[in-house]
Design a protein around this ligand. Sequence first.
Ligand code: GLY
Ligand code: MN
Ligand code: MN
Length: 496
Amino acid sequence: MSEEQKQSDNRARPTTDEFREFVASGWAPRAVATPERAEVAAYAAQRREALAAAFPGERLVIPAGGLKVRSNDTDYVFRPHSAFAHLTGLGADREPDAVLVLEPLEEGGHEAQLFFRPLADRDTDEFFGDARYGEFWVGARPTLADMEAELGLRARHIDDFEPAVGKDAGVVTIRVIREADTQVAGIVEAARSAASVAQEQAAEQDDALSHAASTLRLVKDEWEIDQMREAVAATHTGFEAVIAGMGEALERGRGERWIEGVFGLHARHQGNGVGYDSICAAGDHANTLHWIKNTGEVHEGDLVLIDAGVEVDSLFTADITRTLPVSGRFTDAQREIYDAVYAAQEAGIAAVRPGARFSDIHAAAIRVIAEHLHRWGLLPEGIDVEGTLDTEHGQYHRRWMVHGTSHHLGIDVHDCALATRAEYMDGELAPGMVLTVEPGLYFKADDLLAPERFRGIGVRIEDDVVVTEDGCEVLSADMPRTSADVEAWIARIAQA
Ligand code: GLY
Ligand code: MN
Ligand code: MN
């Protein structure tokens, strides 16, 4: 639940009983139309069923999380915990302080109950006086009936949560996703302590629930894959706007900021916003892997590496990188590096198929990177491709590509973060998994081991793929990728 804000009354105004009465009166009746059942509701129900089946007879508590203070009395924009979003289908902005409880039934199975703060009546102080939750300040929320209609689960008032969650503690095992909301976790812990449940065992049980909710997202259902398609299409639009605005980024100065802003505009327009802080890295900044400061200039002749993704309203995000020549054409050195990264990416994509291991993608891509580094004479003397790929002794190539080639992608940009190594890196790829393939090569301006012509050039190419029955589909296949196609893309947009 929400963090406490320090309150001061230095801007408060007196509220009289006369005002209370006045402000509660004279409003048109509330709309009575019931919301339609959300398309995601049936999918979310299946996800809840799959999770609950792993914990028969137990009470499972999945909080949305609360508002977080940004500074003083302003909060960050609310984003629900990913497990809550996945298991309810509620996306952007919904619902601070809510808690999903999967309540075990005597006859077996679970009932989904969503505890939340419903729309307050107009005769409450909250209606006009609560700047954090009140309708006057942040808009109307759904009623309990609205939520039941929209999601097809039982809705309950948040005030009923504490007594409900602690009922029969000690008899019923209660697990909570603790990291989603420390206050909710505290309520659950208090109930368990009162019932003398051993803390250490309870903590392990909680971790197992968090882990199960995270790995439930390893394979996406068809609705999730559709969301990914939407996220990728919106990201494509954002990249095209960036290309169209490249001239302005040059002319105005502070060009990385301009690129970030143009992409952000389209991310917000098409979706909820960016799925992670965009990396808009011109020239040598591309060699700083998480360059999110975006404070630099863009110059003619630079490459600009843009790693950005639109998060759609359901919170699924794309994660795409294109490295673009600002002037429209790659120099010979830029193209040499770009084509090497492209070849590595092709090898990585070719390795994506059911039954392969997740780590096979990196192995395929990094071999191509190592081959190029060897051909360019950059590996230490006496070290060949096999030598550098040797995980025990070599790995010299990592100087120029230190990151992994792939990660799971979904509601979180680095999705399924609680999967074990056996489930993730060593796990088998299966249809419905969504991954990135994103090799790169990074030659810092001050890297004296790099040929002079390569110094200050960084390239990454990142695409999003879904594993199919017999291989994979590149979700971002419509976004040009080869050096020649990227040049043609830029020329086409410049002419439009
Ligand atoms: N944008 C972060 C990543 O590519 O993993
Ligand atoms: Mn990525
Ligand atoms: Mn990325």
